[in-house]
Design a protein around this ligand. Sequence first.
Ligand SMILES: Cc1cc2nc3c(=O)[nH]c(=O)nc-3n(C[C@H](O)[C@H](O)[C@H](O)COP(=O)(O)O)c2cc1C
Length: 173
Amino acid sequence: MTSTLTEHAVTRDFDPRELRTALGRYTTGVTVITASTAGGHRIGVTANSFTSVSLEPPLVAWCPAKRAPSLPDLAQATHFAVNVLAAEQHRLSTQFATPAPDKFDGVATTEGLGAAPLIEGALARFQCRPVRWVDAGDHVICIAEVERFDTADGDPLVFHGGAYHVAAPHPEF
Ligand SMILES: Cc1cc2nc3c(=O)[nH]c(=O)nc-3n(C[C@H](O)[C@H](O)[C@H](O)COP(=O)(O)O)c2cc1C
């Protein structure tokens, strides 16, 4: 059951918080995008803008904010990894969404393509090569080809309405 819908016109003086709240009704998983610079500095950014795009060829996308301090390093990396977080990894989501000199402190990883860190315990890890960067307002869209991936069983971390949730099977299916 839903309550009555409230319509908002996107005019010049509309409140972006209303749009953010509405967009938050769209439920996503949570990923950490990881990469390494040529100098060996490791980058990790929590992102829920990750999406699958194409199976043939195998393409995915995510949207980094232009103001994200990690963006210049990410744009230089030959590869990045998408680490799909499990429900019990909610603290990693906060850790990689908080600026810090070493975001990987205490995080178990192995090295993937381009030395991108692969986070232990993730539900899936996609090792990707960026193929196109598209300018999009205050974000950019990074489209990338998946070159390797692995998966594990477990419950996903879910993001809805600006808060973390766990997924439950629908009672009618
Ligand atoms: C659940 C969640 C989802 C997020 N999704 C994105 C996203 O898709 N793109 C983005 O640029 N930032 C996103 N962020 C914010 C970044 O994780 C945060 O700004 C981070 O500090 C950026 O890394 P940096 O400071 O190393 O550049 C998200 C944060 C959270 C908590």
